[in-house]
Design a protein around this ligand. Structure first.
Ligand code: PLP
Ligand code: COI
Length: 340
């Protein structure tokens, strides 16, 4: 039972909760879907997902607010992005309204697992879809399964908000005209070698460069970048081969509309890195995790914000975004969906 969980000391791991949502696509249509307690999936040994990695996923969080409500953050944008991901892998669209309804059902059914306000933890929801019927020639599956499970989580990086050390990776994450802009499992499978190398060599994460010229900053394995210039402008990489982070889009809005900062989305060259005052990784799991140091083949780029705390602008962005998510600061219209 949830009462036994020490929410404040959770890391980013999987804890099985009571209920998950399942819907199956067959003969060209989704069934009506339902919650189930069964956490096991039985599929053909030749399922499209197992042979050719036909799978896409999403990530979003539910929070307990200051006044005791349970809310989710911008699930409509996850629904939209999953539709884009599915289209790119020739998978059926899971309708937006149904996606949002399934998110609500899963949170409602697992309320005991939503970490309390102030614990620093949240309930992470993982919607995903995969090709479930046999495929042996390379082609899309005919049948699919959509599921959402949830798991209570703490900070993605060990040490919470301690500034991270990044490695400029020799491996590429995404090719021009490839799949870098969608949330497909295959993008993560091919990053496992690079992240294992980075961890084995003392780094927290990789900074990937654009694979065409290897001169521009893209993203990490699981988050977008935000930089702050020495004169306080918030800058983020513009690229067709990175995931359009919902956290990043929200933070740019917050920077401009709540904090009155100048924001810019543009190509960012590796050569400029030493000009920035602050750097952070942003994503649902990462929230905003500060970067203290970037190492490019032995050359250390130390951000002036240092290795002990977040820079001041990053901190303001963090406080405002999490304040909105936890109901301490009024949210822009439609950002927060109340479940309880
Ligand atoms: N980039 C990658 C590769 C990711 O996996 C994620 C996580 O979802 C993000 C960026 C951040 O996106 P979001 O803010 O929508 O979670
Ligand atoms: C998320 O932030 O939701 C992700 O999917 C990133 C992943 C590395 C956990």
């Amino acid at each position: 039972m949830a009462a036994n969980l020490d929410f404040a000391s959770l890391g980013f791991g999987y804890i099985k909760t009571d209920w998950r949502y399942v819907s199956n696509f067959k003969n060209g249509a989704w069934d009506e879907g339902a919650l189930t307690q069964d956490d096991k999936i039985v599929i053909s040994e030749c399922a499209g997902v197992l042979q050719y990695a036909q799978t896409v996923f999403e990530g979003l969080k539910a929070y307990t607010t200051q006044d005791g409500h349970v809310v989710v953050f911008r699930p409509d944008l996850n629904a939209d992005r999953m539709i884009e991901s599915a289209k790119r892998l020739i998978m059926p669209e899971f309708p937006k309204e149904r996606f949002i309804d399934a998110v609500k059902k899963v949170v409602e059914a697992n309320l005991d697992y939503v970490p309390p306000f102030g614990s620093g933890a949240s309930l992470y929801l993982r919607p995903y879809m995969f090709g479930s019927d046999p495929v042996i020639g390379v082609k899309p599956a005919n049948e699919y399964q959509f599921r959402i499970f949830c798991t209570p989580v703490g900070p993605y990086f060990k040490g919470g908000v301690k500034p991270l050390t990044l490695n400029v990776s020799d491996f590429d994450r995404a090719a021009p005209h490839g799949t870098g802009h969608i949330k497909a499992g295959l993008n993560y499978a091919m990053s496992l070698y690079a992240i294992t190398w980075a961890h084995d060599n003392g780094f927290d994460e990789n900074m990937y460069l654009d694979s065409a010229t290897r001169t521009k900053v893209e993203e990490t394995g699981g988050a977008n970048f935000l930089f702050v210039t020495k004169d306080g402008k918030v800058v983020t990489p513009k690229s067709d081969t990175i995931l359009p982070s919902i956290t990043r889009r929200s933070l740019l809005y917050v920077a401009k509309e709540y904090l009155g900062l100048e924001v810019e989305e543009r190509e960012i060259y590796k050569e400029e890195l030493s000009d920035f005052a602050e750097c952070g990784l942003c994503g649902t799991a990462a929230v905003i995790s500060p970067v203290g140091k970037i190492v490019d083949h032995g050359k250390e780029i130390c951000l002036p914000s240092g290795m002990s705390a977040m820079g001041p602008v990053t901190q303001k962005l963090y406080d405002t975004l999490t304040g909105i998510q936890m109901g301490k600061i009024e949210a822009p219209k439609d950002w927060i969906v109340r479940i309880k």
